[in-house]
Design a protein around this ligand. Structure first.
Ligand code: AMP
Length: 681
């Protein structure tokens, strides 16, 4: 049995930092200005969170470069991911290659099945993703219906496929039964096959919204980027569309590393590539992205999880497959313990990961009200999966899958094993050794060689291949003094001097290749994260504008993931400030806190506003009083409250705030409120 080596409780998992952040946010009025995507996009572009790659060459859809704040934000999310998953559960980390020879993906099924359905505009040949076309057109019609019924609806619906082009909604009231039908289709959209999507286009007259032309029959389009390895082009390969296969191919080594025991998990952070049909939704649908994938190997007969009791009480918003199949998207809040007990979530291991994913997303700042776990419907499941739940985060594009959590059963290990002949199986230690008795022939090789000459080898082979019954019979004959066997059409006489047969006892503690049938390969539970989608959704959840300054935004990122934790603002550019700036900066560095100095020539208000846009949670100001009294002020981004204290006291409070040990309310009890003026002599 795999041992649980962890006794650390979940209590220390820095949820406090997130709650402190939420508490600070609660006291800020964010409702005055509803979310405005174009303002957020302008901010992200202005502050270079990310930008289209190869921009000065005109850019390529679906490829993005991250700038300094975007890179730091992603690095901080990934660092927390490593702590939360890899370190917490002693996972075995991997870094496997991206370029993959074709046979690997032929075996895994990706060459045949890793595809989306696309349709072509019958006149222009424009290519559209079939499910997105149906969704956008039906959503636009529903919005038009709402408008016709007098409800406020957005005048235009953003078409996911074409960022600049919009589907215009027309205020046309639909019959009630049509509204119901459209809603039901949308709730089950992921469940439709290609031919069914084609049928929907025909029966509901769904056309290319850009041209009004009809579209053709859906065809499959493989999403992998093909390449070739080596100068001759003889070895076809692909850029991997997921990191998972790299784990599976190394399974035997991982198992050995883990002393031959399951369950255990491997984890990998790395790039994946998908040639998306029409990627137009910013970071949400790109062609190159960073993933974090965990493969948890478990006994197929026992998918319990040793740490499930620690998460059992956690309440998750669940949208199960039956609710969706009935045409509804109603979420049920339920403890993960109850969901597993009632069979809604297939097993404890899957449940454990759903709860851990939930905790992780809240910890980095995702709004819990905009997070749900949606179960895949039967047709929607990937070719390998037996149960699958997506963590979906709501953003301006709707509910977006950000983490997939699938039970891949034994699919991958068994197919690679069959193709390569390499046994990707487990040797399981037996609780009780198996004791067996067998007849074993023992040859007196010297005498055998002298007596039989060239026939000695023949005799050894023939006797060695005898069944237990034949050996028992031969043993009986030998006990009478001699025996004759036939070998290669010869009759050869044997005596007890040449050969004895004894009954021996064997004890077997390890059962080699215990799992022999396909069902009994280790099963794999796989949580699979796309960091770009999580990062973008988090940016939307964190963004707001102050009432008095709607032109500029604030990103209320939790300190845990904020690109810069502290802004150091000297009030004067005079040289006499330099030693103090260096001292504060060095002391923060020593505490592991990333700070930046803003000594630009603008007003302090503008400097703070710029850093609010960068999501910097704290600012310290050094002024003439600081030089004289060794004091500095501390500003909190969301409330703009300011406190004052000695440099060392302020740094110690910052350390508590950034590491999640203190809330802003705690900080207010440790430092004095700052009224705006510091006394100087
Ligand atoms: P999948 O293997 O399709 O379940 O994808 C796993 C995760 O990768 C998803 O939950 C997303 O977060 C992410 N992902 C998949 N495709 C894309 C894409 N085209 N752009 C960005 N992220 C993606």
């Amino acid at each position: 049995m795999w041992r649980v080596r962890l006794a650390i409780s979940l209590a220390h998992l820095n949820i406090g930092a997130r709650l402190a952040h939420t508490a600070a946010m609660a006291s800020v009025n964010r409702t005055a200005h509803p979310f405005d995507k174009s303002r957020l996009e302008a901010l992200l572009n202005r502050r270079f969170f990310y930008a289209p790659a190869f921009e000065i060459y005109g850019g390529v859809a679906g490829l993005y470069d991250y700038g300094p704040p975007g890179s730091s934000l992603q690095a901080n999310i990934i660092a927390e991911w490593r702590r939360h998953f890899i370190v917490e559960d002693h996972m075995l980390e991997l870094d496997t290659t991206i370029m993959t020879p074709a046979p690997v993906f032929e075996t895994s099924g990706h060459v045949a099945r890793f595809a989306d359905w696309m349709v072509k505009d019958e006149k222009t040949g424009d290519v559209l993703r079939a499910d997105h076309l149906v969704k956008n057109v039906l959503q636009a019609r529903l919005a038009g219906d709402l408008e016709a019924r007098g409800f406020a609806a957005d005048k235009v619906m953003e078409d996911e496929k074409k960022k600049k082009k919009k589907i215009k909604t027309t205020a046309v009231q639909l019959p009630d039964e049509v509204v119901k039908e459209y809603k039901s289709i949308l709730a089950q959209l992921d469940n439709y096959s290609g031919p069914e999507l084609g049928q929907l286009c025909r029966s509901h007259d769904i056309r290319n919204p850009d041209t009004g032309n009809q579209v053709g029959e859906p065809q499959q389009f493989n999403l992998m980027f093909a390449s070739s390895i080596g100068p001759t082009g003889q070895h076809p390969g692909f850029l991997r569309p997921e990191t998972a296969q790299g784990h599976f191919l190394n399974f035997s080594r991982l198992l050995e590393f883990n002393n031959g025991r399951i369950p255990f998990a491997s984890a990998q952070i790395g790039k994946s590539f998908r040639n998306e049909i029409s990627p137009r939704a910013g970071l949400l649908r790109v062609r190159e992205f960073t993933m974090g994938e965990i493969e948890h190997y478990v006994d197929p007969e026992n998918k319990s999880h040793a740490r499930f009791a620690e998460v059992r009480h956690i309440v998750l918003p669940l949208l199960n497959r039956f609710v969706q199949e009935s045409g509804s998207t109603q979420v049920t809040k339920m403890s993960i313990g109850a969901a597993v007990d009632r069979g809604i979530v297939a097993n404890e291991t899957l449940g454990y990961f759903l709860a851990r994913i939930h905790l992780f997303l809240l910890k980095i700042g995702v709004d819990p009200r905009r997070l749900r776990f949606r179960q895949h419907m039967a047709n929607e499941m990937a070719h390998y999966a037996t149960d699958c739940w997506d963590a979906e985060i709501q953003n301006s594009s709707g509910w977006t899958e950000c983490v997939g959590c699938a039970d891949r059963a034994a699919y991958d290990l068994s197919v690679h094993s069959a193709r390569t002949g390499h046994p990707l199986v487990v040797r399981q230690a037996l609780k009780e050794p198996i004791v067996t008795e067998r007849e074993v022939p023992e040859f007196n090789k010297k005498v055998l060689g002298k007596t039989l000459g060239r026939d000695a080898g023949l005799v050894q082979r023939v006797v060695g291949e005898m069944s237990q019954e034949e050996l028992v019979r031969l043993k009986g004959e030998l006990s009478q003094g001699s025996a004759t066997i036939s070998a290669d059409e010869k009759q050869i006489a044997l005596t007890p001097e040449l050969l004895t047969i004894e009954r021996k006892t064997f004890k077997q503690s390890n059962l080699n290749e215990l799992f022999k049938s396909v069902n009994s390969f280790p099963n794999v539970i796989e949580p699979s994260f796309g960091f770009g989608r999580i990062l973008y959704s988090l940016l939307e959840h964190s963004f707001w504008c102050r009432e008095q300054d709607v032109e500029r935004g604030v990103l209320s990122l939790p300190p845990l993931v904020a690109p810069t934790k502290v802004l150091i603002v000297p009030l004067s550019a005079k040289e006499e400030f330099d030693p103090l700036i260096e001292e504060v900066s060095m002391k923060l560095r020593r505490c592991g806190i990333f700070s930046r100095v803003d000594d630009s020539n603008t007003s302090i208000g503008k400097r703070y506003a710029r850093n609010d846009e960068l999501g910097t949670p704290y600012g310290v100001t050094l002024d003439f009083a600081s030089l004289q009294n060794r004091t500095m002020t501390l500003r909190e981004r969301d409330t703009t409250d300011q406190l004052i204290g000695s440099i060392d006291d302020v740094i110690s409070v910052i350390m508590g705030l950034v590491h999640g040990a203190l809330t802003w309310e705690d900080a207010c009890t440790r430092l004095k409120a700052y009224g705006g003026v510091q006394a100087i002599e």
